[in-house]
Design a protein around this ligand. Structure first.
Ligand SMILES: Nc1ncnc2c1ncn2[C@@H]1O[C@H](COP(=O)(O)OP(=O)(O)OP(=O)(O)O)[C@@H](O)[C@H]1O
Length: 543
């Protein structure tokens, strides 16, 4: 929303008339791009609201007391009017209430309202009619299929939906069909079974695990319908027409953190209503030419894989289970041997790169999607260079793969702060053999970013378009001091933590598919921290 310097004079005005707003006379104008209300006496008090941010306009029967009405010429109450023209608005005037989304704090969106009281009764219908026409022309969802996971996160998904989400969707006039999941993979199965074509979007109220169900269900359905052999990593996948959405109600909510900056259910709902769209990269994970899973944020072998397996046994703890299992696995200090083959697309100075993926990111819009010489679908950087193939064999504590930054409450900048949402690449971070103390330093830096987590000689960073990993089945303990020799003993494999789900097959081939799905989000916006909504009076400045 813009205030101040703006002129609707030269634009195609669809409607213009005088209204009383907050007891002052205003001129309300509608063009095909904006709705604008400006004070007639002080043109600097002008608000220009793009239609994208309008949620709805509805008739309102609220009264406006003549007591509060000021003269539209001198701004004084009628009885003190200096001009003697003191106009009064008739009592019980019908009004129009405009609901719109307003930026609030660093990342949030909030619902705001303004009421236009007409100076003449008949203009209400005129204003509503003109607004309805423009709103109908916007590319927004009209029908949504919503899955609610009542057991995700703090088990508050149903409450969040009823209190925060449903009223907003109703206000925006969006038809919804709601399914409360009964078992794990319910949503994934339903998406593949039922006719979802008449929905504009499929949304989940839950965490990353629920989003992963929607993603996998929708992608498999789309490829089957298009006759694509999705089991082959080299297949070119078809982008689904249906957009996906996620309203955060999980433990980690990395997908919402990475695409909106925060895990706020109201913000995510407003973005869905506004029809915000963002194309994001997806990894397909294969084993022996068979598709295991599609993933969109975090994939990890070793430490984070083992932590996930252990945390599943302590689900009753809620989100705290990750801290508990993380400590336990850290103390066990396991090493895993393996070989990873990487198709490195670009050299990233991970230690100095200040580049961050933000809404309208230039990197994600300029990287093109082209085929590489092998005939397989692949990604080239805009420099046009083919990927360089590299093999790393060794002992790892963790192999972390971040297709998005993977920011969440536990790491505000993410596992890979420079990762992009749509550049066709994923970041592979290899944490090789080191002492427990050094591994702790790496974890601390990843969580708090007090220093660069990649600035260690035991951490390697690669930006790749695909990679293959196979374990070598011998493990050893992390040494308490770095020069202590490793005792290679019992064979040991870990599992992959794939967006919070366990993949028990360690030998995998991962391929990135650039901007394969559309998500209801804009990406993280670069905002002035001082932006504060009308309602919270500055309390949101620090968000
Ligand atoms: N009715 C249900 N009963 C049991 N499990 C379910 C049900 N519905 C969905 N699930 C499963 O619960 C798992 C976790 O759900 P979800 O991702 O919403 O919460 P979370 O794991 O707490 O959050 P996050 O993934 O962000 O850490 C999902 O993998 C999903 O398959």
């Amino acid at each position: 929303m813009a205030e101040g310097q703006f002129s609707v004079r030269n634009q195609n005005v669809l409607f213009r008339n005088r209204f009383i707003v907050k007891h002052k006379p205003y001129r309300v104008s509608l063009t095909s791009d904006y709705i604008c209300w400006e004070q007639e006496t002080r043109t600097d008090l002008r608000t220009v609201l793009p239609w994208e941010e309008v949620i709805s306009l509805s008739p309102c029967d609220c009264d406006i007391s003549a007591r509060h009405v000021k003269c539209q010429y001198c701004q004084y109450n009628p009885d003190q009017c200096r001009t003697g023209l003191g106009e009064q608005v008739p009592l019980q005037a019908r009004a129009v209430k405009l609901y719109y989304a307003e930026r609030c704090g660093k990342y949030k969106w909030r619902l705001a309202t303004v009421t236009f009281h007409p100076q003449k009764g008949f203009v209400v219908r005129e204003l509503l009619g003109a607004a309805k026409k423009v709103l109908q022309g916007l590319n927004r969802p009209h029908r949504l299929l919503i899955f609610i996971n009542p057991y995700g996160g703090k088990k508050a998904a149903l409450q969040i939906f009823e209190k925060k989400v449903a009223p907003l969707l109703q206000l925006a006039g969006i038809d919804i069909e709601v399914i409360v999941t009964q078992y794990a993979n319910h949503a994934r199965n339903m998406i593949q079974e039922i006719d979802i074509e008449h929905f504009d979007g499929v949304v989940c109220v839950g965490g990353d695990g629920m989003f992963s169900e929607l993603l996998n269900g929708l992608l498999v359905r789309t490829q089957k319908k298009a006759g694509v052999n999705y089991n082959l990593p080299s297949s070119s996948l078809v982008t689904p027409l249906i957009c996906l959405g996620v309203i955060p109600a999980g433990s980690t909510d990395a997908v919402t953190y990475c695409t909106t900056g925060i895990n706020d259910p109201v913000t995510s709902t407003l973005l869905i209503i506004m029809g915000a769209k963002l194309s994001i990269d997806i990894c397909s994970i294969h084993h022996d030419k068979y598709l295991l899973q599609y993933a969109t944020s975090f994939l990890s072998y070793g430490y984070f894989g083992d932590t996930l397996v252990d945390s599943e046994k302590h689900r009753w703890m809620g989100p705290k289970r990750y801290d508990y299992s993380g400590c336990k696995k850290f103390l066990q200090g396991q090493l895993y041997e393996g070989e990873i083959k990487l198709a490195v697309t670009s050299v990233v100075d991970s230690q100095n790169d200040k580049d961050r993926c933000r809404a309208g990111c230039k990197v994600c819009t300029t990287v093109t999607r082209t085929g590489i010489d092998s005939g397989a679908e692949g990604i080239k950087q805009d420099s046009g260079k083919d990927p360089k193939y590299l093999k790393v064999r060794g002992k790892f504590i963790a192999i972390n793969v971040a297709t998005m930054t993977c920011r969440c409450a536990m790491t505000k900048d993410g596992i890979s702060p420079t990762a992009h949402l749509g550049n066709g690449c994923t970041d592979v971070i290899l944490v090789t053999k080191c002492s427990r103390l050094n591994f702790l330093r790496y974890l601390f830096r990843t969580a708090f970013h007090n220093a660069n987590p990649f600035d260690f000689d035991f951490v390697q960073f690669y930006r790749v378009s695909e990679f293959q990993f196979s374990p070598i089945e011998y493990s050893s303990q992390i040494t308490s001091s770095e020069d202590q020799s490793i005792q290679e003993n019992e064979p040991k494999k870990s599992v992959w933590n794939c967006d919070g789900e366990i993949l028990s097959e360690p030998t995998i081939h991962v391929k990135v598919h650039q901007q394969l799905i559309n998500l209801y989000a804009y990406g993280i916006e670069e905002r002035d921290q001082q932006i504060c909504c009308n309602m919270c009076c500055g309390s949101c400045k620090n968000m």
